[in-house]
Design a protein around this ligand. Structure first.
Ligand code: LAC
Ligand code: ZN
Length: 475
C-alpha cells in the first residue's frame, strides 16, 4: 500500500461560500439555513477546543435535506461538518475550516421498535435517554450508556462509537449497530446492513462507518440491536481503603467469577473532589461501582457480600436494586465531569484504554507522570475495560507547557502498554498529533484511501485525523 492521494481541504473562499449559501437557502428554504449570530453556539461542543465559527448551520429535517446539502457542498467545494447532539469530548464536530455545520438534531424520531426482531430503527437526532425509555417501556434493552445520555444523540453515538459503563459486558455502540443509511461525502445514498442480527456477507461497511467521526458520510437512519430487558439489576458501591486496594477488590470480583455489566472506579483524588456531594464513610478513600443484570440478583448480592466481607481492602458496601436508589449510586459517577470542572479553571479529560489487566500499571504511570511534570491529576472511569478518564487540572496559563508534556507522556505510556488513544470519545481534534504514534503508515494510508472513496473531494470534516495532511496546529 502506498499513500493514497489526498484531496486538499476544500478552500471556502468567501465568494464560493456566499454562492453556496445562496444555493442552499434556495434549495432548502431560509428557515433551515442559519447564519449571523445564530451560528454562535456551533463553534463549541463539550470539548475545551477553540474553533472558528461555521459560515452557516443547516438544520436538516430529512434525508433529502442532507443529500442536497452535501451535493451543493461538493459543487461549491466547501466543508461540511456533521453534528448531532454536540456532546462530543474531542472536538470532532467542530468546523475547523468554517463551512457548513450539518445539524441532524431535528432529523429525529424513533421509527420503530420491534419486539419480534429485537431491533430499533431511529433517526440520528434521537436522544439516547429517549431510546432507553422507549425500550424499557416495551421490556427491551439498549445497553450503551455514555454519561451524556440525557443529551447525546444516536447519530453522534455511532459517529464516535460511544461507550459508557455497560460497555464492560455489552460492548460499545458499534456492537449494537446492525445497519445504517448514509449519505456519503460524495452525495450518494448508501443503505448498509439491516435488521438481521448476523451478517457474513462482504465487507461490513456499517462497522467501518461506526467511529468514523463524520469523515465518511452522514447517518440518516440507524438500525440497532436490542435485548430483552434484564428482569433485575443490582448496583453495588464498594468503598475501598486505597487505590491499589480498589484494584485488588476489582480483581477479586472477577476472579470469583462474577460477571458485572459495569465495573467503574473513582480514585482517591476524584473522591476528594466530589466529597462534598457524597456521604464518604470513615476510611473510604476510593470507590468501585459494579452493576449486575439478570435473574435472582439477590443470589449475586449474597455471594458478593460473602466475598467482600472477607477482603481487607473493603471499607463499606452499599447495594441497591430499587431503580431510584440505584440511580442515586450512579448520580455521583455521572456528574463527575461537571464536578471536576468546578474545582479548576482548566482541565483536560482523556479516555485512554489499555488491556484491562494493565489498568493498575497505567495508574502507576499516571502517578509518575503527575510527579515528573508537577501536574494535578485525578482518574476515574471504566476500570473493568482498562478505559480510564485521566484528568489533568490547572489554573494558570503558565502551567500549560507542563500539562502538554504530561499529556504526551500519558499517550506514550498508554501505547507502550499496548493501549489506544481513545476507548470511547474518539480522536476528534484532541488526539490528531498522536494518531501516527498508534497507527502505522500502512494503516493510515488505507484509512485515507477509504476516506477518498467515500468523500472524493474531501469536503467532510476536514482537518481531522484522516484525509488531509493538515491538522489543528496549522489553523
Ligand atoms: C464518562 C464520560 C466522560 O465516563 O465518558 O463519564
Ligand atoms: Zn467514559
Amino acid at each position: 500500500v502506498t499513500d493514497a492521494p489526498q484531496a486538499p481541504p476544500p478552500t471556502s473562499a468567501p465568494s464560493a461560500t456566499r454562492a453556496a449559501l445562496r444555493a442552499l437557502t434556495a434549495a432548502l428554504g431560509p428557515s433551515k439555513v442559519a447564519t449571523g449570530d445564530a451560528r454562535l453556539p456551533w463553534s463549541r461542543d463539550d470539548s475545551p477546543y477553540p474553533s472558528p465559527l461555521p459560515d452557516a448551520v443547516v438544520h436538516a429535517a430529512s434525508e433529502d435535506d442532507v443529500q442536497t446539502t452535501i451535493r451543493l457542498a461538493n459543487e461549491y467545494s466547501i466543508p461540511v461538518v456533521p453534528r448531532a447532539g454536540g456532546t462530543g469530548r474531542t472536538g470532532a464536530a467542530l468546523p475547523l475550516y468554517g463551512g457548513i455545520i450539518l445539524a441532524t438534531d431535528s432529523l429525529s424520531g424513533i421509527e420503530e421498535i420491534s419486539k419480534e426482531d429485537l431491533t430499533a430503527v431511529v433517526r440520528p437526532g434521537v436522544v439516547l435517554a429517549d431510546l432507553h425509555a422507549a425500550c424499557t417501556e416495551m421490556g427491551l434493552f439498549y445497553p450503551p450508556d455514555p454519561s451524556s445520555l440525557g443529551t447525546c444523540m444516536l447519530g453522534g453515538n455511532v459517529a464516535t462509537n460511544a461507550g459508557g459503563p455497560r460497555a464492560f459486558l455489552y460492548g460499545s455502540t458499534r456492537s449494537w449497530l446492525l445497519g445504517v443509511d448514509v449519505i456519503t461525502g460524495g452525495g450518494e445514498r448508501l443503505v448498509l446492513g439491516g435488521k438481521t442480527r448476523k451478517r457474513s456477507s462482504g465487507y461490513e461497511l456499517s462497522q467501518l462507518f461506526a467511529g468514523s467521526e463524520g469523515t465518511l458520510g452522514v447517518a440518516t437512519r440507524i438500525t440497532l440491536k436490542l435485548l430483552p430487558k434484564p428482569p433485575e439489576t443490582l448496583t453495588v458501591a464498594v468503598w475501598c481503603r486505597s487505590d491499589p486496594g480498589a484494584a485488588a477488590v476489582a480483581a477479586a470480583i472477577l476472579a470469583a467469577r462474577f460477571s458485572p455489566a459495569s465495573l467503574e472506579f473513582l480514585d482517591e483524588r476524584t473522591v476528594d473532589v466530589v466529597r462534598g456531594g457524597l456521604a464518604v464513610p470513615e476510611g473510604g478513600r476510593a470507590l468501585l461501582i459494579a452493576e449486575f443484570d439478570g435473574e435472582g440478583v439477590e443470589v449475586i448480592a449474597e455471594r458478593l457480600g460473602n466475598l467482600l466481607t472477607g477482603l481487607p481492602d473493603v471499607c463499606v458496601v452499599h447495594a441497591a436494586v430499587d431503580p431510584a436508589r440505584r440511580e442515586a449510586l450512579w448520580g455521583v459517577r455521572r456528574a463527575l465531569s461537571l464536578a471536576t470542572r468546578r474545582v479548576t479553571r482548566h482541565k483536560i479529560s482523556e479516555d485512554v484504554v489499555v488491556p484491562r489487566g494493565s489498568a493498575g500499571a497505567l495508574l502507576d504511570d499516571v502517578a509518575r507522570i503527575g510527579e515528573t511534570h508537577r501536574v494535578r491529576h485525578l482518574t476515574y472511569g471504566h476500570a473493568g475495560d482498562g478505559n480510564l478518564h485521566v484528568n489533568f487540572l490547572w489554573n494558570d496559563d503558565d502551567e500549560k507547557p507542563r500539562i502538554d508534556a504530561a499529556l504526551d507522556a500519558l499517550f506514550r505510556a498508554t501505547l507502550a502498554r499496548g493501549g489506544s488513544l481513545s476507548g470511547e470519545h474518539g480522536i476528534g481534534i484532541a488526539k490528531v498529533p498522536w494518531f501516527a504514534a498508534e497507527h502505522s503508515a500502512t494503516s493510515r494510508a488505507l484509512q485515507t484511501a477509504h476516506k477518498a472513496a467515500w468523500d472524493p473531494k474531501g469536503i467532510l470534516n476536514p482537518g481531522k485525523w484522516v484525509g488531509g495532511d493538515r491538522n489543528h496546529r496549522d489553523c
